[in-house]
Write a protein that binds this ligand. Structure first.
Ligand SMILES: [Zn+2]
Length: 196
């Protein structure tokens, strides 16, 4: 399945949970009746001169129970693998460096930092490996954002804040795995359109 892109302007007044974005009330992944939902946050920032502008939107994605559960399980698996890789690497590095150092308490911050860094590298590598393997065998995994990016099952949002000083040029750029849902979304939101 190819992702369908939808682009819509974001009103400046919209912040946080007050997005004004309407999600048609059926499962975003299978279009069955929606009886559950999942919060998804999307944010972006840009620097203009010395000022930094950040914008964050909280979206509520409707799902059927089945796909809400699936989205949650995939999310937990990803963060689980990341944490497992981090801990299983950082602890041995810490112990080894601590034991082999002549003045371990004097260098404790350096040792902690390097152990953590090593753990993060291995955790992220493991997560990428899990993603690549799962994407080969499991369609819903291909319909998820890679790694720990913004989004959820069948849905990848991004904010495009536009160039320059103007702050009213922000667009929400959404990707849907279900083309029927993308059509329903465009109908429910004036200003939303599918770019060629
Ligand atoms: Zn569903």
């Amino acid at each position: 399945m190819a992702w369908v892109r939808v682009r819509m302007p974001v009103m400046q007044a919209f912040t946080g949970a007050e997005t004004g974005v309407v999600f048609p009330n059926h499962c975003l992944y299978c279009t069955e009746a929606a009886d559950a939902s999942t919060p998804v946050t999307v944010s972006a920032s840009k620097s203009v001169g010395r000022r930094k502008y950040t914008q964050t939107l909280k979206l509520t994605i409707p799902y059927c129970r089945k796909h809400q559960g699936l989205d949650k399980r995939i999310r937990h698996l990803k963060s689980g693998v990341l944490v497992l890789g981090l801990v299983l690497t950082a602890v041995p590095i810490f112990v080894l460096m601590f034991q082999s150092s002549s003045n371990p308490w004097g260098k404790i911050l350096t040792i902690l930092f390097e152990a953590f860094l090593g753990g993060v590298v291995v955790g992220v590598l493991l997560l990428c490996l899990l993603n690549l393997i799962a994407m080969i065998f499991f369609q819903p995994w291909r319909d998820c954002p890679f790694g720990l990016r913004y989004g959820s099952l069948g849905f990848i949002p991004a904010l495009d804040m536009g160039p320059g000083k103007r702050r009213d040029m922000t667009h929400l750029v959404l990707k849907f795995s279900n083309p029927d849902y993308a059509d329903a979304f465009v109908q429910a939101n004036p200003g939303a359109l599918k770019p060629r």
